[in-house]
Design a protein around this ligand. Structure first.
Ligand SMILES: Cc1cc2nc3c(=O)[nH]c(=O)nc-3n(C[C@H](O)[C@H](O)[C@H](O)COP(=O)(O)OP(=O)(O)OC[C@H]3O[C@@H](n4cnc5c(N)ncnc54)[C@H](O)[C@@H]3O)c2cc1C
Length: 336
């Protein structure tokens, strides 16, 4: 492991916030975990940081940042046309996507180009274009920080939900994920429920292959989302709100074009991006922060924004959306 004092975190968060951590610990191997927990994480504020693409640092961090920097993809046993992969927490998510495309393993191609590391993927159950990572996670290995004991949780035990899991509930900030196991298919199958994706494939007259689906997803994303290397951002800033069916019915009387998807228990999931756009926020800039011109759900650092500027924009959006639709937006991003 490597330990640094007073580390600038600008390169470790996609919002590009220039904040400092009192201590920064980069782990080189999963088997350092017990030692790291015992020596650094007791009676000391800490935060486990992957690629920092779902984290908004709101101030300097007076504690230890633990960054699992160990990667690796191991192919484990094969069962009934399914292949198990054991992937280390520090492996960049995109490396796993490319590994699967090269080896013709189906299941996560719709999640192409989501920034971040593999260890973070189950935390908020990343999802895009009709697929969630829970559809392929076999189990998750790690350590409970408060006890120092190892755990291995099956898919069901991870209690995955929409942008949710046990790692955001009972194990929130109390676990260090070391490995994620994925179960992927060798038999071709695609998830094409997202209209924009099928349309893009048809328009380009591309045959249905893993590579083509992945390339199309990337093109759609590139057109909609800012590249964090150029414009700082943390992807979707808010979750899509889930409302009772009656509330949705009532809203469609005033807004007949309201986008809504079926959600559990007969509820409806609204598009946070559409609500924010209707509230007049698409592409709006206040000081150095604002929303992205092609996707109102993405808050951006237009250059030199302070955490407070980003939070002020977020709070005003929440207020405006509440006033217009009587719907409360919840932030998806982790604020530290
Ligand atoms: C441009 C852009 C597009 C995006 N698109 C999507 C999208 O389509 N779908 C989607 O779901 N998300 C999307 N995101 C959000 C983000 O990329 C994902 O949530 C990603 O999984 C975060 O990975 P990370 O390593 O950067 O996480 P971080 O921000 O470093 O951490 C996120 C959370 O996971 C915890 N964590 C990280 N590593 C570990 C570990 N090893 N053990 C325990 N806890 C850990 C952290 O403490 C924190 O709570 C996008 C973000 C950006 C910037």
């Amino acid at each position: 492991m490597k330990l640094f004092d007073n580390q600038n975190l600008k390169e470790y968060n996609t919002f590009g916030m220039e904040v400092y951590a009192r201590q920064f610990l980069a782990m080189d191997a999963a088997d350092e975990t017990s030692d790291v927990i015992a020596r650094f994480l007791h009676e000391n504020p800490y935060y486990i940081l992957g690629g920092g693409s779902n984290t908004l640092f709101t101030k300097n961090f007076d504690g230890t940042i633990v960054h699992p920097a160990f990667g690796g993809i191991e192919r484990m046993e094969k069962k009934d046309g399914k292949v198990l992969l054991r992937v280390a927490a520090g492996e960049p998510w995109e490396n796993l996507i490319q590994y699967c495309i090269r080896r013709q393993l189906y299941g996560i191609e719709n999640l192409t180009a989501i920034p971040g590391l593999v260890g973070s993927a189950p935390v908020q159950n990343i999802g895009a274009y009709g697929v969630e990572v829970k559809d392929t996670v076999w189990k998750v290995e790690g350590f409970v920080i408060s006890t120092g004991l190892p755990f291995s949780l099956s898919n069901a035990e991870c209690r995955f939900g929409y942008r949710n899991s046990i790692f955001k509930q009972t194990l929130k900030n109390d676990c260090l994920i070391t490995y994620v196991w994925f179960q992927l298919s060798e038999n071709p199958h695609f998830t094409l429920s997202y209209q924009g994706l099928t349309k893009a494939l048809q328009e380009r007259e591309l045959p249905l292959t893993l590579r083509n689906v992945s390339d199309c997803v990337r093109k759609i994303r590139d057109a909609k989302l800012p590249d964090p290397k150029i414009v700082g951002n943390g992807g979707s800033f808010f979750q899509n709100p889930i409302v009772p069916a009656e509330k949705h019915n009532e809203l469609t009387k005033t807004y007949p074009d309201l986008v809504a998807y079926d959600a559990p228990d007969g509820q409806k999931k609204l598009s946070a991006g559409q609500l924010i756009e209707k509230a007049g926020w698409k592409g709006k800039q206040v000081g150095n922060a604002g929303t992205w011109k092609n996707q109102a759900l993405v808050l951006v650092n237009y250059g030199g924004a302070t955490p407070q500027e980003v939070l002020d924009v977020a709070e005003t959006i929440i207020k405006d959306v509440k006033m217009m639709f009587d719907v409360t937006l919840e932030m998806e991003i982790n604020r530290i």
